[in-house]
Design a protein. Structure first.
Length: 294
């Protein structure tokens, strides 16, 4: 399976994950640190569980271990920031802002991995970034409403996720991706141990909701695992850019729930907002197509 197809699969799965996360955080698990602990556990289960039986994860050098462990730690910090900011923003607005990731990945990949592309590809990435910015703007009474702290945290999360992808690619240049993922999972295990005691489920309701979220986070961990396979096979910058097609899926899912299942998830979908998002997503799709058919 080539990296383009893997990237498209990741886009669809991440859209589902974003919607499910929003539902659980809003309705059930409102503590972002408890949600993070559950995410750490799911990462350990998938990354360490699969990788341990696929290859000799201990037969590698310290440099690879250090890079992989660092990627896992960066990802864990991203998870905490992700769940915190997800509580503050509509999912259809959070994901577009998060789509600034290709731009940061391009910059980091250029300096760390020496990745460089043709002008057409860079044009595609710029369109993706522009469309994402357009979708992230919320206007009220002809004034742009921006929560500066949340915007900062989302951008920081985006930069760190980009760094995580570049580190995974850097480690995979010298080692099997399953080795990378195992030590990535070990970092998540450490974070789980650190955060579990103070943020563990305190009652039966939290235990029940946490169990449901664990199931959702298993899907998230599987998606992250597939993403690592795509990054191993293709350029980190382009994989990250194609992955932003999840915007289309998130938009479709959000509109569906708002119209037919508003008790589960409801977002603002006035004609003006719909037009803004449709135009923005069209720009993103065009940019993505330029990348794929370069």
């Amino acid at each position: 399976m080539n990296w383009i197809l893997l990237s498209l699969i990741v886009a669809l799965l991440y859209a589902i994950v974003n919607i499910v996360d929003k539902i659980f955080i809003d309705k059930h698990v409102k503590n972002p640190y408890l949600a993070s602990v559950i995410s750490f556990l799911s990462t350990v289960i998938i990354f360490c569980g699969i990788s341990f039986f696929k290859t000799d994860v201990f037969n590698t050098n310290f440099r690879v271990i250090a890079i992989s462990f660092s990627a896992g730690m960066v990802n864990s910090i991203c998870v905490i920031l992700y769940y915190y900011t997800l509580q503050k923003e509509e999912v259809s607005r959070f994901v577009p802002i998060f789509s600034l990731q290709p731009g940061f990945t391009v910059m980091l990949s250029f300096f760390i991995l020496n990745e460089a592309f043709s002008g057409v590809i860079y044009l595609g990435i710029i369109l993706v970034l522009f469309g994402s910015f357009l979708m992230s703007i919320r206007k009220t009474a002809n004034k742009t409403k921006v929560n500066s702290m949340i915007l900062f945290l989302i951008i920081l999360t985006t930069i760190l996720f980009a760094l995580k992808n570049v580190l995974v690619k850097l480690g995979s240049l010298d080692a099997d991706i399953y080795v990378i993922n195992f030590w990535f999972g070990i970092a998540a295990c450490l974070m789980f141990v650190i955060f579990f005691y103070k943020n563990r489920p305190k009652n039966k309701k939290e235990i029940k909701n946490s169990s449901l979220l664990l199931i959702a986070d298993i899907l998230s961990a599987v998606t992250l695992f597939i993403l690592s396979l795509a990054i191993k096979k293709g350029p980190a910058s382009l994989v990250t850019s194609i992955m932003q097609l999840k915007l289309v899926f998130v938009f479709i899912f959000s509109v569906f729930f708002t119209l037919f299942l508003p008790k589960i998830l409801k977002e603002e979908i006035s004609k003006k907002i719909l037009l803004q998002k449709i135009v923005a997503m069209s720009i993103i799709i065009i940019g993505t197509l330029l990348i794929i058919y370069r």
